[in-house]
Design a protein around this ligand. Structure first.
Ligand code: DAK
Length: 259
């Protein structure tokens, strides 16, 4: 069935797929249906050998202005419990291939949380990041207090979460929340450029490197180093390791197969 709230562009560059959130009138507010479609699309692309990197974007005006407030407004705690949105977010989090968020305009609440679930973030100069849940009587629920704090530090995270203030793309770059800011007409192009660089490398090494970097967030240094070492050894059983090192010796460009 065709998705209704996202557009999937299979190959915007070799081995690069692009998912565009597409509820423009609602500033891409993340209703349950959109999140379900995003989860399903990511599962399919994660299993597709012709895809090595996935870009997620909205449009120029909004990446996403948060979860759909109108859909959430009348819910009880038990409704929220039964809907169990976390299983959807947890599935998205398990994507093994690198996720790049290409952000223009608003990335607020759940939108900002979805961005932070991605591995790298390219922003247009018009991007605004915020966790404004406090203004509607709640607080971030999908990682906003945790990932934001780890990314920008306590002082700025507290200010954003407790006041709901939006920060600009430049402020986000300075605080270490995002990779870089580019002019609005270039943000997708820049995300595709970054994705293409990664897609030209060994997909196995890339996946294991991603997994290892993420391990740093929920392990002690010793555990993390142990995990890294195992993945490092494991890659020596891949054809890509032989190809990458032989190509260096032969002074040629390696051709990686993901084997
Ligand atoms: N939900 C529903 N509709 C939204 C929306 C949202 N988050 N944001 C915007 N819209 C709709 C507006 O209602 C309006 O619709 P109409 O009135 O035309 O029908 C349309 O989009 C255009 O919005 P505005 O007219 O407001 O546009 P402006 O340019 O004047 O303002 C704005 C843009 C982004 C500043 C403003 O729309 C705004 O403040 N939006 C709400 C931002 C916000 O509070 N976001 C946080 C929502 S709470 C969870 C996972 C995640 C979450 C929760 C649980 N689990 C896993 C359990 C996340 C929660 C949230 O994100």
């Amino acid at each position: 069935m065709q998705p209704q709230f996202i557009i999937i562009h299979q190959q915007v560059a070799p081995y690069v797929a692009h998912i565009q959130l597409n509820r423009p009138k609602e500033l891409n507010a993340l209703n349950l249906e959109l999140m379900g479609e995003l989860r399903d699309a990511l599962k399919v692309l994660d299993a597709d050998d012709n895809v090595r990197v996935i870009i997620i974007s909205g449009n120029e005006k909004a990446f996403a202005a948060g979860a759909d407030i109108k859909q959430m407004a009348g819910k009880t705690a038990m409704d929220m419990y039964n809907i169990d949105q976390f299983s959807t977010w947890d599935t998205i989090k398990k994507t093994k291939k690198p996720l790049i968020a290409a952000v223009s305009g608003f990335a607020l609440g759940g939108g900002c949380e979805l961005v932070m679930l991605c591995d790298m973030i390219i922003a247009s100069e018009t991007a605004r990041f915020g966790q404004p849940e406090i203004k509607i009587g709640v607080m971030p629920g999908a990682g906003g207090t945790q990932r934001l704090t780890r990314a920008v530090g306590k002082a700025l995270a507290m200010e954003m979460v407790l006041t709901g203030r939006f920060i600009t793309a430049d402020e986000a770059a300075q605080a270490g929340l995002i990779n870089r800011v580019v002019p609005v007409e270039l943000y997708l192009e820049e995300a595709i450029r970054l994705a293409s660089t990664i897609a030209s490398l060994s997909p196995l090494a890339v996946k294991m490197a991603k997994e290892s970097v993420l391990k740093a967030f929920d392990s002690s240094l010793e555990e993390g180093l142990h995990f890294e070492r195992k993945n490092f050894y494991l890659l020596f059983s891949s054809e890509d390791q032989k190809e990458g090192m032989q190509a260096f010796v032969d002074k040629r460009t390696p051709v990686f197969k993901g084997k």
